[in-house]
Design a protein around this ligand. Structure first.
Ligand SMILES: [Zn+2]
Length: 174
């Protein structure tokens, strides 16, 4: 396994629509293993392949609480099969928009269909944190970031803050 670099705004790759995966094979499992390791190291609870510069429809996630054993999850070519009318608001953050947190409103429950680590098709209903996280990660596959759900002003502020932090970091490192 290897750590990959997580890209951040305003990298234009984050706006790209990711391509479907044709088959779950060992090459894809290497990508998923690397993504999981990169996500744990960040640390984060979800990561889409495009965030490590690979625009393919792959997501990894682990929603285990502190002290619980790891619960790695893999979603290949995920689809949302239904959305609840009921909405839920939750504060979100993103490894590609570091240190920015804001509230986003999304359907509270969704139905999911995807392939797992072994290429098996899985259907399940999601609610709570899983519903939020999978919708956030699936937005990445369409080139959409959680800050795109915010007002224009808050979005521009967030991007400016991340750019400034990256610049300050580069100066410190230089
Ligand atoms: Zn994200």
């Amino acid at each position: 396994m290897a750590l990959r670099e997580i890209i951040t705004v305003p990298n234009p790759l984050l706006k790209k629509v990711s391509k479907p995966v044709e088959q779950v094979d060992d090459e894809l499992r290497v990508l998923m293993d690397d993504m999981l390791e990169t996500m744990y190291a960040a640390p984060g609870i979800g990561l889409a392949a495009v965030q490590v510069g690979v625009p393919r429809r792959v997501i990894v996630m682990d929603l285990a609480r502190e002290g619980e054993p790891p619960q790695p999850r893999y979603f290949v070519n995920p689809e949302i099969t239904w959305r609840s009318d009921q909405l839920a608001v939750r504060e979100e953050g993103c490894l590609s928009v570091p240190d920015i947190y804001d509230e986003v409103e999304r359907p509270a429950q969704v139905g999911l269909r995807y392939m797992d680590y072994h290429g098996e098709t899985v259907e399940e209903d999601a609610e709570g944190l899983l519903a939020v996280c999978i919708q956030h990660e699936m937005d990445h596959l369409e080139g959409v970031l959680f800050i795109d759900h915010l007002s224009r002003l808050n979005r521009d502020r967030a991007v400016a803050k991340v750019k400034k932090a990256a610049k300050d970091g580069a100066e410190k490192a230089a």
